[in-house]
Design a binder for this molecule. Structure first.
Ligand SMILES: [Zn+2]
Length: 483
């Protein structure tokens, strides 16, 4: 069946039209043109700002002329992924839509349901003459998938509304009402080295690998072991059995991932080498009893290596172990409003010894502005006590949970009417466009929802047809209730 014959017809017709226009991130101009043309053909005011965001304005329908306007928002760009044997050039050729009775997908490429379905819904509403609605300010943001570039540079002066429905969630039945803000912290602690020559020393490379790792926001409360923290515990354990110095240390890969690997080069006297090797293997046995079921590939190895020219003094060795063991990491506070929801966390993402310094980098997240501040104060006090410094970069704003949200109440009530069930109200412990937009639109009351999409950002992406239908009915009901 041609997807244009699927119900709701208008939605799938627009979705099909959008899909015929290549619109990967950084390549959205033609889709933006299409939306601007759509508006002018229907006599609707539209505006494109310097960052490629498109706005289309529609008056309220009969009886809604004086209602407070609503912003309907989705992003213009899609992630372009394809199978290795796919011949389509997604820069300038259309993807091939397919469907069965349950799903719509694209042959060997991403579908762009994320977030084409939002654009299709919004155009279908603007095109309709039988959907009662308040004045609409459609906001189609540019390049969300490559750092929310459009939202960051949005010229919001044309928007009058203070309430916004984002249609970029991928799970039906969930109303998202908050996202985390974040900031990266770069800590440095000064260290002292001494020469290793003229001493009877051997060097060993101790390495932890194969931990499951994870996303530093979404997985931070899942009890995933951080390889750097495990290494610090191992080093302290070795300290209780023999004397050594650290020559080098390197753990983790990036701030926004829980480290899976960490290693250190240790210098130790020849006589104590065997104690070191045995202590590491004892520790490995202890660790396995704790985490082997959740981390079946965990591995700790200890191998003799070439003696480095320099190694840390005993004081600096103690300092590194103390810092890595005691510096805060993981969940710092749970949400007082949403059950089982992490409010504030930090992820120790990388730890490296270089340039006579221990460098520890974090990603701090919080769904409350004050939570981020609390972590910053904690890190400052810890690092300053050890004569170090912290620099903060890449600050991005939080979308805070509102104790009172008129929009959330209306959307929860409309959900009950359409689904005869209650929606899940959820906060996300990661960054969304909502964070950027709440900094652009002062006092915005925002909710995010959307139909079921699976395997987004992969060539296996698919969209649930019945879910699209139910969410369409739901959106219509919400607009009707937004008097
Ligand atoms: Zn999206």
């Amino acid at each position: 069946m041609n997807i244009c014959n699927l119900e709701p017809k208008k939605v799938f017709e627009f979705f099909s039209a959008i899909s015929s226009i290549p619109h990967g991130s950084g390549n959205t101009e033609k889709l933006a043109d299409y939306c601007i043309d759509f508006a002018s053909e229907r006599g609707l005011k539209s505006y494109r700002d310097d960052s490629g965001n498109v706005m289309i304005f529609s008056k309220g329908t009969k009886g809604y002329e004086d209602s407070e306007p609503i912003i309907l928002q989705g992003h213009l760009d899609m992630v372009c992924e394809k199978d290795p044997d796919c011949k389509i050039n997604m820069e300038n050729e259309a993807i091939t839509l397919c469907n069965d009775e349950k799903y719509v997908w694209a042959d060997k490429t991403t579908l762009g349901g994320d977030d084409g379905i939002a654009i299709a819904y919004i155009l279908a509403i603007l095109d309709s003459d039988d959907v009662p609605h308040p004045p609409i300010e459609a906001l189609l943001t540019n390049d969300e998938e490559i750092g929310m570039l459009g939202a960051r540079e949005l010229d919001s002066s044309k928007l009058k509304s203070k309430r916004l429905i984002n249609i970029d969630s991928e799970e039906e039945g969930i109303l998202t009402v908050s996202c985390a803000g974040g900031v990266r912290a770069y800590c440095t602690l000064p260290l002292d080295f001494e020469n290793t020559n003229s001493k009877n020393l051997a060097a060993y490379n101790v390495e932890i690998s194969g931990l499951v790792g994870g996303h530093s926001g979404i997985d931070i409360n899942k009890n995933r072991k951080n390889a750097v923290k495990v290494l610090s515990r191992l080093l302290e354990y070795i300290s209780s059995k023999c004397k050594f110095s650290i020559s080098n240390l390197n753990g983790g890969g990036k701030e926004n991932a829980i480290p899976q690997n960490a290693k250190a080069i240790l210098c130790i006297s020849d006589e104590q080498s065997q104690i070191l090797v045995k202590t590491v293997s004892d520790f490995y046995e202890i660790l396995k009893t704790e985490i082997i079921t959740s981390n079946p590939n965990v591995l700790i190895t200890v191998n003799k290596t070439e003696l480095p020219k320099k190694s840390l003094t005993l004081n600096s060795t103690r300092k590194v172990i103390f810092a890595l063991m005691q510096i805060p990491n993981g969940v710092q506070a749970m949400s007082p409003d949403i059950p089982n929801m992490v409010q504030t966390s930090l992820n120790l993402g990388t730890a490296v010894i270089s340039d006579n310094e221990l460098k520890i980098n974090f990603l701090i997240r919080s769904n409350a502005a004050t939570g981020k501040q609390t972590v910053i104060l904690t890190l400052n006090s810890f690092v300053e006590y050890l004569d170090g410094k912290v620099i903060y970069k890449n600050d991005y704003p939080v979308w805070e949970y509102r104790a009172c949200s008129h929009l959330r109440d209306i959307m929860a009530d409309a959900y009950k009417e359409v689904y005869a069930d209650t929606p899940v109200i959820k906060a996300i412990h990661a960054g969304l466009e909502g964070g950027i937009l709440s900094a652009k639109i002062e006092n915005a009351d925002m909710v995010s929802f959307g139909p079921n999409l699976f395997n987004v950002h992969t060539s296996k992406e698919k969209m649930d047809i019945e879910s699209v239908k139910r969410c369409w009915k739901y959106l219509i009901k919400v607009l009707e209730n937004l008097k």
